[in-house]
Structures are given as structure tokens and as C-alpha cells.
Design a protein. Structure first.
Length: 102
């Protein structure tokens, strides 16, 4: 069974060092930077005997901040089944994107 989204939220807040972690925030929400935005990308079920055995959620996690180099890369990559997908700059802010199976 996958771990809960709230468990992931707590892990991300600990890595970021603040509560500026947002799960699928609405466009109207005023974000505080640096922050992490995360969402469920896909659910991967594993079945046995035609029954759900367990599943993993695939999350897309984006760090957003003013720093040119994302300070949490190493902490994120220390999570099991996490990969760094790249960086980009948008609206004067730097973004680092990760994929995590949790």
C-alpha cells in the first residue's frame, strides 16, 4: 500500500524547512517562496489473483525559489525512488522538477 499524501507532505516540509508546501494549489492561491508544489501524476497498481496487492503514487514535485541552484536536490535524491527531471526559469523564479514514487 502506498504511503499517504499527508506523510509525503510532512517529508517535503521537513526537507524544505518550512510549511510552504502546496498540494495541487489553485491558481488564486498566493504562494510564498521558496516553496514546493506537488501533485499526483499517476497511480500504479500491482495486482495478484485479480485483486489489488499494492499501489504506488507517482508524484511530480516542483521546487520554486529565487536561488539559482536548488538547495534541496541532495535531500530529494536521498528519498527512495526519486529522480531529478530538470530545471527551468519562469517569471524570474527558478524551478527544479522531481519525480517521486511514494
Amino acid at each position: 500500500m502506498a504511503k499517504t499524501r499527508l506523510e509525503l507532505h510532512n517529508v517535503l516540509c521537513e526537507i524544505l524547512g518550512s510549511d510552504n508546501c502546496y498540494f495541487q494549489p489553485p491558481a488564486s492561491l498566493q504562494l510564498e517562496y521558496p516553496c514546493i508544489i506537488y501533485s499526483i501524476d499517476k497511480v500504479y497498481p500491482v495486482k495478484a489473483d485479480n485483486k489489488l496487492y499494492f499501489y504506488n503514487n507517482k508524484y511530480t514535485i516542483t521546487w520554486i525559489g529565487n536561488q539559482a541552484i536548488c538547495p534541496i536536490v541532495e535531500d530529494m535524491l536521498n528519498l527512495q525512488m526519486c529522480s531529478h527531471d530538470g530545471n527551468y526559469k519562469s517569471d524570474g523564479l527558478n524551478h527544479a522538477v522531481f519525480t517521486l514514487y511514494f
